[in-house]
Write a protein that binds this ligand. Structure first.
Ligand code: G6P
Ligand code: MG
Length: 213
């Protein structure tokens, strides 16, 4: 039976994925190129610096390490300008009700995110109190698709990987869950998240019964 649910943040609890996309596009545009929403799927779930490397490759732009850090900082400032305007209304549909149901059933709740901004975001949307454990970009040394972030979440909730269910909107995140020996439910499009056990489009479709498959 399921003892813990491990949630990605961006694109799962809240739609910050669109803010990341806006901020990265602005960076690309300022460097003189653009990229598509399709390419953006590859950025989901991966760290800030890894995302920057990919985008620079797409644009055929090479920068020094110092310039890279400068651009990453700029991107994060543009992103935080958007994050700071967030309200609890932006929590994705069905998320609070599902988390309440998990609590009522004694199932632990953990965050497994690559973001270094996760606590700030959870505060802005007033969701911090739901989480028994928070593992994020400040704790990990290996990013998704490495399973580290979710294995740490399992440990923090005193669960075995086989007792955990991961919720993810990113291909890299589903791969991380699977590499860790966990069940993985995709949030988004079944065409994109082909390696998930199953895919929901919103948490309104999710029930405690559907966890035990
Ligand atoms: C999440 C998002 C990525 C983002 C990464 C780092 O995994 O899906 O798009 O790049 O976190 O986020 P940060 O807030 O630290 O830049
Ligand atoms: Mg995500």
């Amino acid at each position: 039976t399921v003892k813990a649910c491990l949630f990605d943040l961006d694109g799962v609890i809240v739609d910050t994925a669109v803010y990341h996309f806006q901020a990265w596009r602005r960076l690309a545009n300022e460097l003189g190129f653009d990229f598509t929403e399709h390419q953006n799927e590859q950025l989901k779930g991966i760290s800030r610096m890894e995302s920057l490397e990919l985008i620079l490759q797409w644009g055929g732009v090479s920068l020094s390490e110092a310039e890279k850090l400068d651009w990453a900082t700029k991107k994060n400032q543009w992103y935080l300008d958007l994050v700071l305007q967030m309200t609890p209304n932006e929590v994705l549909p069905g998320v609070p009700a599902f988390l309440d149901a998990l609590r009522a059933n004694g199932i632990k709740i953990a965050l497994g995110s690559a973001s270094k901004n996760s606590k700030l975001i959870l505060e802005k949307i007033q969701m911090l109190d739901y989480f028994d454990a928070i593992i994020d970009g400040n704790n990990i040394t290996k990013g998704k698709p490495d399973p580290q972030v979710f294995l740490m979440g399992a440990e923090a909730t005193h669960s075995l990987p086989s007792e955990c269910v991961v919720f993810e909107d990113a291909v890299a995140g589903i791969q991380a869950a699977k590499a860790g020996g966990m069940k993985a439910i995709g949030v988004g499009s079944a065409e994109v998240l082909t390696e998930a056990d199953f895919v929901i489009s919103t948490f309104e479709e999710m029930t405690i019964e559907r966890l035990n498959f």
